[in-house]
Design a protein around this ligand. Structure first.
Ligand SMILES: NC(=O)c1ccc[n+]([C@@H]2O[C@H](COP(=O)([O-])OP(=O)(O)OC[C@H]3O[C@@H](n4cnc5c(N)ncnc54)[C@H](O)[C@@H]3O)[C@@H](O)[C@H]2O)c1
Length: 361
């Protein structure tokens, strides 16, 4: 009988519980144990997974030879330092989103993984979701026509964090999905952020992204909203699509609606109607074989670490998302100034600094 690659989960908080369950369930990974400095969390892990090891520090984990791969589910502020420690100990690494809090740190993690031929993967879970794959199929096959714009809302009431803002907490998902759907990364962003609860930590962010192809995208994230919303709308010049992740049985709709020239579409009533008429048609709700995205994600990590298979959420994908988050943050801090994504890169390459951001000797 073959077993999966020996894997440890670092951080057994809200999300670590889900990741650990799936590391135990995936055929390509074997759950060796869980690390958390909080004793009550370690006890909880043992109660759910009897027989696993527990550790209170990452050093102890990395001294365990049976651990070949690590899933990092600690707060975002620790991703870089703990992630670097994992890579330097020659272990494959999956980091929860965001990959890191700065472009420089995301670059350094990528470089370290490349230099050691290790897998670096980011927990952008939605790229393992069946409705997102289905939507990508519609876009790539031209079913929607040419995509004209898209927008995403990720809203809820609660799980207000102290260590990161709503943008960095939620928007990695939206940006990662949008980049994947369009097959490109934004060229420019402009954004506004608003903080109400904790000074200096935005609870709400509105951002507009412009892709090199000219497609416009908008995102709205908030953790002080009356309704839990996970909605992405993609408008094509022939059809439109809605991905509603809150709906368990009908997550994806294709709406056969659009705007067309009035020729051949019947009588017109006003001068405006003479030129353009809206067309409201049928809605298609495809039957989608649902699977747990997190299980597919962990399985992809195990496969990549064992066989070197490619993953859609590798370190480079994570880096691109961090660049966009950084640009949005910068624009929000400067009252909506348009920020080119290249600017985040230029800072790294600025004269007098090394690629690690240190002042050159
Ligand atoms: N992919 C998703 O959909 C998704 C959803 C929720 C959270 N997340 C991500 O998961 C990560 C954790 O979020 P959470 O909501 O579970 O947070 P959390 O605060 O509930 O849990 C974090 C855990 O990490 C532990 N921890 C802190 N420092 C540690 C260290 N040095 N070594 C080991 N353990 C340590 C804490 O004790 C805590 O148990 C974040 O990066 C977050 O962005 C991802």
């Amino acid at each position: 009988m073959t077993t999966g690659i020996g894997t440890a989960v670092i951080g057994y908080g809200y999300w670590g519980v889900n990741l650990t369950r799936n590391v135990g369930a995936a055929s390509s990974t074997e759950l060796i144990g869980v690390c958390d400095p909080d004793e009550s969390r370690r006890e909880l892990a043992i109660s759910k997974h009897p027989g696993i090891k527990t550790w209170s520090t990452l050093d102890e984990v990395l001294n365990d030879e049976s651990v070949k791969a690590v899933v990092l589910a600690t707060p975002a502020s620790t991703h870089f330092s703990l992630g670097m420690q994992v890579l330097e100990a020659d272990r494959h690494l999956m980091v929860e989103k965001p990959l890191a809090e700065t472009v420089e740190h995301a670059e350094m993690l990528n470089n370290e993984a490349d230099a050691r031929s290790l897998v670096l993967m980011v927990g952008h879970t939605f790229l393992y979701s069946a409705p997102v794959h289905h939507l990508k199929g519609w876009i790539d096959s031209g079913e929607l026509g040419n995509v004209t714009y898209l927008y995403s809302q990720r809203l809820s009431l609660g799980r207000i964090r102290r260590d990161t803002n709503a943008l960095w907490n939620f928007a990695p998902h939206d940006i990662s999905i949008m980049n994947y759907l369009l097959g490109e990364t934004p060229a420019q962003v402009t954004a506004k952020g608003f903080s109400f609860i904790q000074q200096g930590i935005d609870d709400v962010c509105f951002a507009s992204l412009t892709y090199p192809s000219g497609i416009g995208a908008n995102l709205h994230v908030s953790w002080i909203d009356p309704r839990k919303t996970r909605l992405m709308t993609v408008v094509g010049d022939e059809k439109m699509a809605i991905f509603n992740d809150v709906s368990a049985d009908q997550p994806l709709w294709m709406v056969d609606s659009g705007v067309a020239r009035s020729e051949g579409l019947g009588e017109y009533e006003s001068l405006g109607d003479f030129q353009w008429r809206t067309r409201a048609g049928d809605i298609l709700v495809p039957r989608i074989q649902m699977s747990e995205p997190l299980l597919s994600e962990i399985d992809a990590f195990g496969q990549a670490a064992t066989h070197g298979t490619a993953v859609p959420t590798d370190g480079r994908h994570g880096l691109e998302v961090v660049k966009v988050l950084t640009a949005i943050q910068e624009s929000a801090q400067q009252n909506g100034r348009p920020v080119d994504i290249e600017e985040t890169q230029l800072k790294l390459d600025a004269p007098g600094t090394t690629s690690t951001g240190q002042i050159a000797a």
